[in-house]
Design a protein. Structure first.
Length: 186
C-alpha cells in the first residue's frame, strides 16, 4: 500500500484488528521512507448500483437515513434502526454478488421494517413501490391485515389503519381556497 504522505510505494503493517464486528479489518501501517503511520480499512466490497447506472459503496448509514424519514413520529428507537440496517446488509450480502441494485436494497428493507412498525412500512413502501392512489394503500393495508390474521395474531381492534396522520393540519379549520388537498402524507 502506497504511503499517502510521501507516496513511497510500500508500507509495513504494524497492527491488524477486526472492525465492524468482523466485517472489516483495520490495519495500522508504517512507511519505511518517511516513518509516518496511517490506517487502512479492508472489507469485502459491496456496491450499490443506482438507477442512473452509477455505483456507490453500500452504506448502512444511508439505509438508516432513508428509513428514519419513514419512522418520523413513530415509536422506533435508534437501536431498532441500527439492527434493521444490519439485517438489510446481511440480506444483500447473502446474494453473494459484489454489486446489487438499489431496488434490491429497498426490497431488503421492506420485510424488517414491516416487523418494526407498520405505519413506517406503509410510508416507506408508498415511496419505494411508487404508490399512486389510495387503492395502492388499501391493497397494502389489506395485505398487512391478511398476514397478521394468518399469523395467529389477533387483529388490532379499533385501531385506525388510515393514512399516517398529517401534521395536525386537519384540526385547523381553514376555508379551502386552493385546489383539492392531496390525500397522501408528508
Ligand atoms: Zn511515507
Amino acid at each position: 500500500m502506497r504511503c499517502p504522505f510521501c507516496r513511497h510505494p510500500d508500507s509495513r503493517v504494524v497492527d491488524s484488528r477486526e472492525a465492524e464486528e468482523g466485517a472489516a479489518i483495520r490495519r495500522r501501517r508504517s512507511c519505511p521512507a518517511c516513518g509516518r503511520r496511517f490506517t487502512t480499512m479492508e472489507e469485502a466490497s459491496l456496491r450499490v448500483r443506482k438507477r442512473s447506472g452509477a455505483t456507490e459503496p453500500f452504506s448502512r448509514a444511508k439505509v438508516i437515513v432513508g428509513v428514519r424519514k419513514a419512522c418520523q413520529g413513530r415509536p422506533v428507537r435508534s437501536d431498532d434502526l441500527a439492527l434493521l440496517a444490519e439485517r438489510v446488509e446481511e440480506t444483500v450480502r447473502s446474494s453473494g454478488s459484489a454489486e446489487v441494485a438499489a431496488e434490491d436494497v429497498g426490497r431488503a428493507i421492506l420485510g424488517p421494517l414491516r416487523e418494526l412498525d407498520e405505519v413506517a412500512y406503509l410510508r416507506f413502501a408508498s415511496v419505494y413501490l411508487a404508490f399512486e392512489s389510495l387503492g395502492d394503500f388499501e391493497a397494502a393495508i389489506a395485505a398487512l391485515r391478511a398476514e397478521s390474521a394468518g399469523g395467529g395474531e389477533p387483529p388490532v381492534a379499533g385501531k385506525p389503519t388510515a393514512m399516517p396522520a398529517a401534521t395536525g393540519a386537519s384540526a385547523v379549520v381553514v376555508p379551502v381556497t386552493t385546489g383539492p388537498r392531496a390525500a397522501a402524507g408528508p
